[in-house]
Design a protein around this ligand. Structure first.
Ligand SMILES: NC(=O)C1=CN([C@@H]2O[C@H](COP(=O)(O)OP(=O)(O)OC[C@H]3O[C@@H](n4cnc5c(N)ncnc54)[C@H](OP(=O)(O)O)[C@@H]3O)[C@@H](O)[C@H]2O)C=CC1
Ligand SMILES: CC(=O)N[C@@H](CCC(=O)OP(=O)(O)O)C(=O)O
Length: 305
């Protein structure tokens, strides 16, 4: 029976993971009394007793918990961190099992796994197979656009939207240095970070990440059908990631995968103008957060849950 501690289990991501694991077999959720949840000594005690700690905390608090676990050495728990703190840190394995051959196996064995960011999940899912296939070159200059449900902003943003105090649509990250850019740069295969323009809409959850491509501006000058075929080949054996036919309506609903751990990929194309648009659709709280965390935990526990 694996013992699991969710640090931050009353936050948006932590609550969802707790709910998803409530009926899981072969594991016991160990929790801290709510009034002690930020007490270092209580945390140290619980870390010494569990097999895996899942961190659903702000970055600074996640680093503190990792430091406590490190003090315990080999007797300490394995860690799955949902925060941004360790996604490109040395010694950590990036928790996107579909990234490349061998990644799921690396997560199975890792003592430290960083769960990817929601936008990064969509962007890397679109880019990495195309870079690996030589259809997008590392030095090609790309732009990523995205829209997220407001739950991506955690408790504070949820409250602002639900009180009616937030805009219906918000283009943000306009300093052009969003916190997901380092992991996108590290794992997409691109030589430099792309330009990233995220936005948030007045819906709780759901996400679209899109990458417009002028095919003749890419070094390999690929055809859109080749992009689609390479993506389909890469994800042929994947359980949660699928390449879908582009809908004839020419529209996509960002909410369609809510409540799932699925990610769908679409390649919209107009060969006459040599234009293509890659789109990833996911639930920002699913494959973008808690769904991915449960998928990674299952790998870490040898598919025992
Ligand atoms: N929302 C999302 O879509 C995603 C979020 N993430 C990441 O997950 C992490 C959590 O985000 P999210 O769930 O949205 O955030 P929330 O703000 O909803 O929740 C954070 C939780 O952490 C608790 N907390 C803060 N400091 C400590 C501490 N020292 N010890 C124990 N608990 C603490 C907070 O409690 P209190 O409120 O009482 O301070 C709160 O319950 C972040 O790092 C975020 O980047 C990852 C993927 C997606
Ligand atoms: C709408 C919104 O604010 N989204 C968050 C990202 C949420 C997410 O998944 O990212 P982390 O896992 O890195 O927290 C943001 O842009 O900062």
């Amino acid at each position: 029976m694996a013992k699991i501690f969710i640090d931050g289990d009353s936050g948006t991501t932590g609550l969802e993971i707790r709910e998803k694991l409530a009926d899981a077999k072969n594991l016991e959720l160990v929790s801290i009394a709510p009034e002690l949840r930020k007490e270092v000594s209580a945390k140290r005690d619980i870390l010494a007793r569990v097999d895996v700690a899942i961190l659903c905390l702000p970055d600074a608090a996640a680093k503190e918990t990792v430091a406590l676990a490190d003090e315990l050495g080999e007797a300490g728990p394995r860690i799955l961190d949902a925060s941004t703190a360790h996604r490109v840190a040395p010694g950590w394995t990036y928790g996107f099992p579909e990234l490349a051959p061998g990644q799921a196996e690396a997560i199975r064995k890792a003592r430290r796994v960083a769960n990817p960011g929601c936008y990064a999940t969509g962007a890397i899912a679109l880019l990495r197979p195309l870079v690996d296939a030589g259809l997008i070159a590392a030095q090609d200059a790309l732009t990523i656009n995205a829209v997220s449900g407001y739950s991506g902003g955690g408790k504070q943003m949820i409250e602002a939207y639900e009180k009616g105090e937030a805009p219906a649509f918000d283009l943000y990250g306009l300093t052009l240095e969003h916190k997901h850019l380092p992991e996108i740069a590290a794992y997409s295969g691109l030589a430099a970070p792309p330009l990233f323009a995220p936005s948030v809409g007045n819906f709780r959850q759901g996400m679209l990440v899109s990458i417009p491509l002028r095919l003749d501006a890419l070094s390999a000058r690929p055809r859109a059908v080749d992009l689609e075929a390479a993506l389909a080949r890469h994800y042929a054996g994947a359980t949660y990631v699928r390449v879908m036919p582009a809908p004839k309506s020419g529209r996509l609903d960002p909410l369609a995968l809510n409540g799932t751990n699925d990610l769908e990929i679409f390649v919209f194309a107009r060969e006459e103008s040599r234009h293509a648009l890659l789109v990833a659709r996911l639930d920002n709280l699913g494959k973008g957060a808690s769904g991915a965390a449960v998928q990674n935990l299952a790998l870490m526990l040898g598919d025992a849950i």
